[in-house]
Each structure stands twice: as C-alpha cells, then as structure tokens.
Design a protein around this ligand. Structure first.
Ligand SMILES: Cc1cc2nc3c(=O)[nH]c(=O)nc-3n(C[C@H](O)[C@H](O)[C@H](O)COP(=O)(O)OP(=O)(O)OC[C@H]3O[C@@H](n4cnc5c(N)ncnc54)[C@H](O)[C@@H]3O)c2cc1C
Length: 428
C-alpha cells in the first residue's frame, strides 16, 4: 500500500502528544507530503518543565524550518554550563565548542512559549492539530490503527496507517501494552519554581545553566529572559518523605542549605507556585512495533542534569519521521523495519545515561570539575553534552571517554586511600 492509498483510511500518521517530540515528528512528516493528525490533550501555552536546550538542536531547528521564529523570540542565549560542588568546594564552567556541526550556543526557554512555537509550526506545515483532544484508546489491525478519544468533550474515532506515541512521561502505549522499568536508585523528586530578581552574571556567562551539587541533592539555575530564573532542586524521594513540611517550605529549606543558591536568591521573589515532578527515571518498552513507534520521553528518561530531554525528543522525532516516511512510501510497516530507528535512538541516549550515573560518583565529579584535555577528554565530554552522540562518536572520542572513566576508577582508589568519600550519591 502506498501513501496515497493509506489516505483512504483517514490519515497516514496519527500522533499522540504535541510536545517537542510529537510536534517535530508530525511537522517533518507533513513537510514530506504525508497526511498527519496530532492529538494534544492540553491547550497551549501550557507550563512544562525542561527549559535548558542543547546546541545540537539548532541545526535541527534549521532543518525543520523553524529556527528563525525561535531566534526572533528573544529567548536567553546560553554559551555554557557551570557546575559546582559544595562539599568539594570545586567549580568549573564548560563553554560549548566552536567549529562543530552546531553553533557554540543554545537557548534557555520557557517551555510554554517554545512548545507553542513548535506546535504552531507543525500546524503551518500542514499537520491537522487537534487540541484539546485526548487519545484514550488505540487498536491495531492488519491495515492500520484506530485511534479514539475525546475532543472538546466529544468522542472521536480516526483511522491511520501508523501511530506515533509522543505522549511524554505518560508513555501511552507502554501504559496499555508494555512495561516501564524504573532506573534503580534514581527515584528522585524535583521541586521547582520561577524567580524574579535573582543574581545575573554578565557578558557571555549571563545565560549559562548552573548546576549546584550540595549535600542533599542538586539545584539547577536556569536564567530566562525578562529577569526570570528557573530554580529547581532534585532530591532523593526518601529525603522528601523525611520532611513533613509543605513543598514550598521544603524548597526554601534546601535553598538555605545550598550556599550559592541562597546567595543568588537573596533579593529574589518567587513568582510561580512550587511544582513537583517525581519518578522521572525509567526505560519504556516497546519502543517500536508493527505500525507503531515511540519518540522522546515516551521511550525513556533518566535525569535532567545534562539538559538532554528536549533535544532527544526532537532528534528522535526527526529520525522517526525518516523511518516512517520510508515505510509509508514502501507501504510496509513491520516492526523490524524500525529496528534501525530504535538502535539509533539508543546510540544517542546511552552516553547521557552513562554520564548521569557517573556524575553522582564523587571520584568522577572531581575529575569533571578539574578537567584535563589529555587525549581530547575535555572535548569528548563536551561533544556528548552538546548532543553529539546521535551522529556517532569517533574511535578517538570513545577512547578519550574510556580514559576518563578509567581515570575516575583510579580516583576512587586514590580518594579511598586519602579517606575521602567514594560512595555514589545516587542514594541522596
Ligand atoms: C525535573 C525535570 C527537569 C528537566 N529539565 C530539562 C532541561 O533543562 N532540558 C531539557 O532538554 N529537558 C529537560 N527535562 C526533560 C524534558 O522535560 C522532556 O525530555 C521533554 O519535554 C520531552 O518531550 P516529549 O515531547 O517527549 O514529551 P512532552 O514534552 O511531555 O510532551 C508530551 C505531550 O503529550 C501530551 N499527551 C500525553 N498523553 C496524551 C494523550 N493520551 N492524548 C493527547 N495528548 C497527550 C501531553 O499533554 C504533552 O503535551 C526535564 C525533565 C524533568 C522531569
């Protein structure tokens, strides 16, 4: 069956979810001439967490044809990331490298605005965006998929040749016919809010994301435009359970315990409610199937420390659109056709996972905060943290990362001999 024939069934593709993953997949497919319907249960603009973006996303915005619109919006530009550790009293700023396949900067975005731009772009690209529309059920048969739900409080049923699960952490398909594996020890809770009047650095440092590790967990500090700053505290679920106080008070208590955050917020005022996210570390199955695949957070999410989520969602969306486009052109939708897509997504995501686990080990963090460029180690770290792993890491880069991980193992031994802490802080 070709793409024209599938149109008789309704749409070529139905997408569940209009976040960055869904909007990107849908827009790429529509721009290739396929008919796409996208269901988003919320009216935009809506709040979403995940405000710090990676440089590798910028060429993707170009390919999607939306970069100019994003650039014109006046989002805070970021050139790097500052990491500090209160216990070790170490601090290091990483600046994104020049002369890569992407620029040496990215943006810090209120997601309400950013996601609305992407979804509007999908609509302009020809996607039939249904909003607010919640998908409740899907059922597959030999010729396609039947999608049903509620749109504006009225029931709907649609047919499509293919289904994309871009439902984010809900994991629409996984929740109904799959399995979610929680990542051991990453049972974290994040408390976050926006502040006005927080301390700003000047020059190219103004937009840097700052990550402050302290004894109870870690803070993100994301400067947004218009004198807003997003502050979030990531704690182990156990720590949150041990505190009986309200979340507003708990966030205030933690701010008081992290010296840099407390100092930077001295004259700031909280301008949004304190929100929370919990249990955000998991891997979902299945990622692919006959006439189905998942993108973005519907595949997996581990930890926000390196700000990879939105890029991973959009990159997997781009890869998904390529795989689905080829399937639609051939009129064949068996699961095995999408294995290459799945492998590609894991290739991009796995280095983030590895770094995140390592980041919680003091012996690794110490090296990370005192970087050496032996064998290009420093550049290789930046390559991964800019989002470069999707394009494949060269052997010298992989070797440099292995040297870094081996050095961290040696540092465990050295720290132990010096009587310093070596236990992973995953348990915080
Ligand atoms: C605490 C925390 C901090 C983070 N910080 C960062 C960061 O700084 N940088 C970064 O890049 N990432 C960050 N992330 C990750 C980022 O938020 C996600 O990776 C990103 O939003 C994934 O995009 P997505 O399109 O896959 O899912 P989402 O953005 O969640 O979009 C999914 C959409 O699907 C819709 N939906 C769900 N179910 C249905 C249904 N049944 N019918 C219709 N619509 C449906 C939802 O309403 C939603 O709009 C953070 C995550 C957490 C938890």
């Amino acid at each position: 069956m070709n793409a024209i024939a599938t149109r008789r069934l309704g749409y070529d593709v139905a997408v569940v979810g209009g976040g960055p993953g869904g909007a990107t997949t849908a827009a790429f497919l529509a721009r290739s001439g396929f008919s796409v319907v996208l269901y988003e249960r919320e009216l935009f603009p809506r709040f979403h967490i995940g405000e710090s973006l990676l440089p590798a996303m910028l060429p993707l915005l170009d390919r999607l044809g939306v970069h100019e619109t994003v650039a014109e919006r006046g989002f805070q530009v970021k050139y790097g990331a500052m990491f500090s550790d209160q216990e070790m009293n170490l601090e290091q700023t990483y600046y994104f490298l020049r002369d890569r396949a992407w620029p040496n900067y990215s943006y810090q975005v209120p997601r309400a605005d950013f996601d609305q731009i992407l979804l509007e772009h999908a609509r302009k690209s020809g996607v039939d965006v249904r909003q607010p529309a919640t998908v409740d059920q899907v059922s597959f048969d030999a010729d396609g998929v039947v999608v049903s739900g509620t749109e504006d409080e009225r029931a709907f049923t649609t047919r499509a040749a293919f289904l994309v699960d871009a439902s984010g952490r809900d994991g629409f398909v996984t929740a109904r016919r799959g399995r979610r594996d929680r990542v051991p020890n990453l049972g974290k809770v994040a408390l976050f809010a926006h502040f006005r009047g927080a301390h700003r650095l000047s020059g190219i440092d103004e937009g840097n994301i700052r990550i402050h590790v302290f004894e109870d967990g870690w803070f993100w500090w994301i400067p947004l435009s218009g004198d807003l700053t997003s502050i979030g505290c990531v704690l182990h679920a156990r720590t949150v359970r041990q505190h009986a106080e309200a979340i507003e008070d708990l966030l205030q208590t933690m701010i008081g315990r992290c010296r840099r955050v407390a100092a930077g917020l001295q004259s700031a005022e909280r301008v949004t409610p304190v929100r929370t996210a919990a249990n955000f570390a998991y891997v979902n199955r299945p990622v692919i199937g006959d006439r189905f695949l998942a993108v973005g957070d519907a595949v997996a999410f581990v930890d926000p420390i390196f700000s990879g989520g939105v890029f991973i969602a959009m990159k997997s969306g781009e890869l998904a659109a390529e795989a689905i486009g080829a399937a639609l052109r051939d009129g064949r939708f068996e699961k095995r056709r999408f294995r290459r897509y799945e492998r590609h997504v894991w290739r991009g995501v796995t280095p983030f996972f590895r770094f995140i686990h390592k980041y919680y080990e003091p012996a690794f963090l110490e090296l990370f905060l005192k970087p050496s460029n032996r064998l290009g180690m420093f550049e290789s770290v930046l390559m991964v943290l800019s989002g470069g792993a999707f394009d494949g890491l060269t052997w010298p880069r992989r070797l440099a990362l292995e040297v870094l991980f081996t050095s961290a193992r040696i540092n465990v031994w050295r720290r132990r001999r010096a009587g310093q802490a070596v236990e992973s802080r995953l348990e915080w």
